[in-house]
Write a protein that binds this ligand. Structure first.
Ligand SMILES: [Fe+2]
Length: 266
């Protein structure tokens, strides 16, 4: 398992994930960090650069050009392995499984060999220190890259994943994950579980802005990202990615809620 230790980070930190081939959202996120004077050395992506939206290859090129730290998501690992699906573990015949066939094939057709090489070399763990706390970053969970850990999950589930990660990378104060697309700041047993949510799709709450996380000496906070939604939507239409996720950009709701715990469905 490839791990990267960033050492001590000083100044504000931006964590984001779930770009999902939404180039317009990625551009907005990068512009935000530039406007705030935050170096790419202090910016971490939790993975899934490529997925539902139109610009798979261009999103990879832009994030590499930007030069922030990037963790492997299941989408990167599956594409790099030339797998037949995204590896989210959707049940065969489920709506997510059917929808993934279209966007995954689109992404697969776009990404270059150079991008696949880059994906295959991404780390699966990132660690860093900030303001006296040690953070460990995973994509889904410590037990599985595609593990979904939801805000409604019990302290016990979080504790098990947290403890497992500590056996992999050493003692931690905070765990940062991605993969679910749902932002989360959760205190439990004197530890913290963070999830930046996704910048590439809204978080199924009817709000069309997407989410990213900031860590400063003052606070840890979920932030809203505004970007050119219409341009991202039109690009999906132009590439026939019209099976449902394109509407999510405009409604704020996912085309299927079957991966969500029942209590989180709306
Ligand atoms: Fe993922």
């Amino acid at each position: 398992m490839k791990k990267v230790d960033l050492g001590d980070l000083r100044g504000d930190i931006v964590i984001f994930g779930g770009v999902y081939s939404n180039l317009h959202a990625l551009e907005a996120l990068i512009n935000h960090t530039i406007n705030c004077g935050i170096s790419p050395d202090n910016v971490i992506c939790t993975g899934d650069v490529v997925a539902y939206c139109a610009y798979a290859e261009d999103s990879v090129k832009l994030i590499r050009e930007f030069g922030c730290h990037v963790l492997a998501g299941n989408c990167e690992q599956q594409l790099a392995k030339k797998s037949k699906d995204c590896g989210c573990g959707f049940e065969e015949g489920s709506v997510c499984s059917i929808l993934s066939k279209t966007w995954y094939a689109h992404a697969k057709s776009q990404v270059s060999d150079l991008s696949l090489d880059w994906m295959s070399n991404l780390p699966e763990r990132i660690v860093f220190n900030h303001d006296g706390l040690r953070y460990g970053v995973v994509h889904g969970g410590a037990s599985d890259i595609s593990k979904f850990v939801w805000p409604v999950d019990s302290d016990g589930i979080l504790e098990d994943e947290f403890n497992l990660l500590q056996t992999q990378i050493g003692k931690l104060d905070c765990l940062v994950a991605g993969h679910t697309g749902i932002p989360m700041i959760r205190d439990f047993n004197k530890k913290k579980w963070l999830n930046s949510g996704a910048i590439g799709l809204p978080s199924n709450d009817g709000n069309i802005d997407t989410n990213f996380l900031t860590i400063t000496t003052k606070n840890i906070k979920i932030n809203k990202l505004e970007y050119d939604i219409n341009a991202a939507y039109q690009a999906m239409q132009a590439t026939s990615l019209i099976q449902g996720y394109h509407n999510t950009l405009r409604t704020g709701y996912w085309p299927s809620q079957e991966t969500l715990p029942v209590s989180m469905r709306v």
